[in-house]
Ligand binder design. Structure first.
Ligand code: IFM
Length: 448
């Protein structure tokens, strides 16, 4: 068991610290045929039996597309200061020719206005895995042209919303897009080729860089961000084989994206190990990718313990998806990121956990384990801030229970329970705790 850090009783966060929650388009919106939306790779993937554990899809999800006023009102009630959502590319660009769908933009226009009218800062991410199917039909992220299509899509969105957005995030977790989508096949589009995964990773990063240029041109006052997932890797033993396995896992999962964005290029030993000749990397690409960002979004859930013969886990507590709960890894990660890259600011753009949620009083889920998870991770964020790490906010994943990709609706990450039969939203105990934490800009250690 890790030892809980010894901390003073009340943890106060900086006055400018931003508290909020996060979601993504395909996981909550539903309304997949509304107002000219075209199919995404997730509609196609989920329609194939066996791809999603419970056979479900995001077709209805939380019906947020229609219920957003009620959802924003609940955010306001809880006192959230920011809301991170993603924009669905298939709602905005209808075909490979680049036809813009104004009705799709209208939805996000309404959502942004609704948030602003309630004093909530909109934090959009431009790509959270729902690639239009027509682009996958042209080879998806393996096709360099997709990066340029992403920049055009970005231009359409920033052109419409740019007057009200202070921070744009380009991609969410490019590692998962490239790895799960093109290497392991566990996510859409379900392809299984290491070399396709390498191409996809580079084109995703290129897309980030090209979109960043459009954002800088169209919204020069806005901050530019990318959201990267980090799962710190530890080696299962000191053996040479385990050490090498851990090194490549660490490079692939954690440095593959942040190193090029931070100006360090791709981790060469791992590129060599996978015999990636980098022929996709054209002259100038790495400069485009490493153009300065203002904010690094960090998604953190767990760590990995890696051995040459497959991951070995120690018996630490795990969430319902089998991910180890290990808050100290977050504190270490934040210090490491700051030392390695010194990005001007960093924000936790996702952190949370699926729990059984099987204890309730008459009204709500009593999710003390989720409260403990969030609190212990916030202790780590607070500790990093004390050490000078420029952490500017924390967004809990997720605002709502929602469609957890290949797991379907089984895992529940929300601080707000969603009854998928009735679409009723009920804040869990964690939502009330989070609300109080926001109101106090901190919390006392030891309370639950
Ligand atoms: O639900 C996902 C989210 O879409 C991206 N980050 C991890 C979450 C939990 O798996």
């Amino acid at each position: 068991m890790y030892e809980r850090p010894h901390v003073s009783k009340h943890l106060e966060f900086p006055a400018s610290f931003t508290w909020g929650s996060a979601t993504s388009s395909y996981q909550i919106e539903g309304a997949i045929d509304a107002d000219g939306r075209v199919p995404s790779i997730w509609d196609t993937f989920a329609a194939t039996p066996g791809n999603v554990q419970d056979g479900s899809s995001g077709a209805e999800a939380c019906d947020h597309y229609h219920r957003y006023p009620e959802d924003v009102a609940l955010m306001r009630e809880l006192g959230l200061q920011a809301y991170r959502f993603s924009i669905a590319w298939p709602r905005i660009i209808s075909d490979a020719k680049g036809t813009v769908n104004p009705a799709g933009l209208d939805f996000y226009d309404r959502l942004v206005d609704e948030l602003l009218s309630k004093g909530i800062r909109p934090l959009p991410t431009l790509y959270h895995w729902d690639l239009p199917q027509y682009l996958e039909d042209l080879d998806g992220w393996v096709n360099r042209d997709t990066a340029y299509r992403f920049a055009d899509y970005t231009e359409a969105v920033v052109g419409r919303l740019g007057d009200r957005i202070d921070t744009w995030a380009t991609l969410n977790e490019p590692f998962v897009s490239a790895n799960h989508g093109y290497v392991t096949g566990e996510h859409a589009p379900g392809r299984t080729s290491m070399s396709d995964g390498m191409s996809a990773s580079h084109h995703l990063l290129l897309a980030h860089g090209l979109a960043g240029q459009r954002i800088r041109d169209l919204a020069p006052d806005a901050d530019l961000a990318i959201v990267i997932s980090f799962t710190p890797v530890e080696t299962a033993s000191d053996s040479e084989d385990d050490r090498i396995a851990a090194l490549h896992q660490e490079n692939l999962e954690n440095r593959w994206y942040s190193d090029p964005v931070g100006g360090l290029g791709y981790p060469q030993e791992t590129a060599d190990f996978y015999e990636w000749d980098q022929s996709e990397v054209h002259d100038g690409d790495l400069d485009i990718i490493s153009a300065p960002i203002d904010l690094l979004g960090i998604n953190f859930y767990s760590r990995s313990i890696v051995s040459a013969n497959g991951a070995e886990r120690e018996p630490f507590p795990q969430n319902t998806m089998g991910w180890e709960i290990h808050p100290p890894s977050l504190g270490r990660l934040l210090r490491w990121l700051h030392n390695r890259y010194a990005f001007p600011a960093m924000m936790i753009t996702e952190n949370g956990c699926p729990m059984p949620d099987d204890i309730r009083d008459d009204e709500r889920v009593i999710d003390d384990e989720r409260v403990a998870y969030i609190r212990e991770h916030l202790v780590e964020v607070h500790g990093a801030i004390q050490d000078g790490v420029p952490m500017v906010g924390y967004l809990v994943w997720s605002m709502f229970d929602n469609f957890e990709w290949a797991w379907g609706y089984g895992p529940r990450f929300g601080i707000v329970e969603v009854d998928y039969e009735t679409q009723k939203r009920t804040p869990k105990k964690s939502a009330l705790w989070f609300s109080e934490t926001i109101a106090n800009n901190g919390f006392s250690v030891g309370e639950a």
